[in-house]
Design a protein. Structure first.
Length: 116
C-alpha cells in the first residue's frame, strides 16, 4: 500500500512539469503568417474551443480585417465574441461536414459581394 502511495506521489510530482510543456505555442514560422494573410486574404478562422480563443487573445494575436471568426459551438462562439469583440458565426453542428458547409456558404457570400 505504501508503495502505491509513493508511486502516486512520484507520478504526480514528475508529471506536473509536463502540463507546462503541453501549453500550446505558436506554430513554427508563425512570424510569416500575417504577411501571407495580407497577400492572399484570410476568409475565416475557426476556433474549436473557448480555451483556444483565450490562448489566441493571450498570445496577442488579432484577426485581419474582413476575417470572420467561427465557433465550433455556441459556447466557443460566445467566448470568441466576448474576447475578440467581433461577431462570430456558429456551426450548425460540431462536425466536419457542418464546417465545410459553413465555409462554402461564407465563400459564396463573399464572392457574391465582390461581384456587386
Amino acid at each position: 500500500m505504501i508503495f502505491l502511495l509513493i508511486l502516486i506521489v512520484f507520478a504526480y510530482v514528475y508529471t506536473r512539469p509536463l502540463v507546462i510543456l503541453l501549453v500550446p505555442g505558436l506554430p513554427p514560422g508563425w512570424e510569416s503568417y500575417p504577411s501571407l494573410w495580407e497577400e492572399t486574404g484570410l476568409d475565416a478562422v475557426v476556433f474549436g474551443s473557448a480555451a483556444l480563443v483565450r490562448a489566441w487573445k493571450t498570445a496577442g494575436l488579432s484577426l485581419p480585417e474582413g476575417t470572420v471568426p467561427v465557433g465550433w459551438g455556441t459556447p466557443c462562439a460566445a467566448a470568441t465574441e466576448r474576447l475578440l469583440e467581433r461577431k462570430a458565426l456558429v456551426m450548425a453542428e460540431p462536425t466536419l461536414e457542418s464546417l465545410a458547409a459553413l465555409l462554402a456558404e461564407l465563400k459564396n457570400t463573399k464572392f457574391t459581394e465582390e461581384k456587386e
